[in-house]
Design a protein around this ligand. Structure first.
Ligand SMILES: NC(=O)c1ccc[n+]([C@@H]2O[C@H](COP(=O)([O-])OP(=O)(O)OC[C@H]3O[C@@H](n4cnc5c(N)ncnc54)[C@H](OP(=O)(O)O)[C@@H]3O)[C@@H](O)[C@H]2O)c1
Length: 278
């Protein structure tokens, strides 16, 4: 059996998941890189070859909303490597729009992926980590898991759920030497801005047309000035290297500041600032 750390990462076709797969493999881990459409593995494999770590990256098909995919990946990891040291729950989508304008199907899609998918993958590894008395579960949350903004309702609600889930689970698993952590990125340049938030359509009948448009313009500006996703991959690597990682890792411009501001400033001040901006 391999003595390298065995890592399972979800959503590795692009963004943080792809970069984290490479840096963790470079760090000596065996990485089970899962993605819902394995035809999208070309870029990951190209970069893995470039970094001379292709032999440590094992691509498997997994849609986080598909329970049979989850069961078969969990079994394959344990059958092949004998254990699972780290799970990185990274796969996610961002549904945007003002609450009244977002269809219930889109709310459900948001929660199926970001919340129930993450919970299902986590439940698949807990029995192994508990039996090993060792493990790390890294949940990719967001600054939107600490503060809700207009037009971010579905996404913020999903990430707040991830935060509450992670706090509870951390306390349940600490006696087994299993650490649950939250990475809370601010804005980083990945596909999510185009594929998810950028696709937000504002219904012609919306009562929020003007403000929704201003928020969309703000989102576009944020996407343009967002940080490099390597920063987040490096935080994931840091957690993977840490024997007893802490609960929260804010990362990027404004992530820590938003949290501190929310903790120390009266909420009325914060809401006045946000309302004035849009
Ligand atoms: N970028 C940011 O500014 C930012 C900030 C805070 C938090 N985050 C969080 O970071 C995580 C990664 O996002 P990213 O920014 O790296 O964006 P990304 O490049 O769009 O990556 C998202 C990944 O999730 C995958 N995915 C989506 N739905 C899935 C499903 N049902 N099953 C399996 N995989 C699925 C996507 O696969 P496909 O290629 O098949 O769509 C893709 O690989 C997300 O949880 C996101 O909420 C991002």
């Amino acid at each position: 059996m391999s003595r390298r750390k065995i890592v399972w990462i979800t959503g590795t076709s692009s963004g943080f998941g792809l970069l984290a797969s490479i840096v963790l493999a470079q760090d000596g881990c065996e990485v089970v890189a899962t993605m819902r459409n394995t035809e999208k593995q070309t870029e990951l494999i190209r970069r893995a070859k470039e970094a001379a770590v292709a032999d440590r990256i094992h691509v498997r098909k997994l849609d986080v909303t598909c329970e049979s995919d989850i069961a078969s990946v969990a079994k394959a990891v344990v059958d092949s490597f004998g254990r699972i040291d780290i799970l990185v729950n990274n796969a996610g989508i961002a549904v945007g729009g003002f609450v009244e304008d977002v269809a219930m199907d889109d709310w459900r899609r948001q929660f199926e992926t970001n919340v129930f998918g993450l919970i299902a993958c986590t439940k698949a590894v807990i029995p192994h980590m508990r039996a090993q008395r060792n493990g790390t579960i890294i949940n990719i949350s967001s600054v939107s898991g600490r503060i809700g903004l207009p037009a971010f309702g579905p996404y913020a609600a999903s990430k707040f759920a991830v935060e509450g889930f992670s706090e509870s689970l951390r306390l349940e698993l600490l006696p087994y030497n299993v650490y649950v952590c939250l990475v809370e990125p601010a804005a980083f340049k990945t596909n999510i801005w185009e594929t998810s938030l950028g696709n937000t359509s504002i219904p012609a009948s919306s009562a929020y047309q003007e403000r929704a448009l201003r928020m969309m313009q703000q989102i576009e500006r944020t996407a343009q000035t967002a940080g490099h996703p390597h920063e987040v991959a490096r935080v994931i690597r840091h957690i993977a290297r840490t024997p007893r990682p802490k609960l929260r890792y804010p990362v990027g411009k404004g992530s820590r500041l938003s949290t501190v501001a929310k903790a120390v400033l009266p909420w009325r001040w914060i809401e006045n600032m946000i309302v004035k901006r849009i």
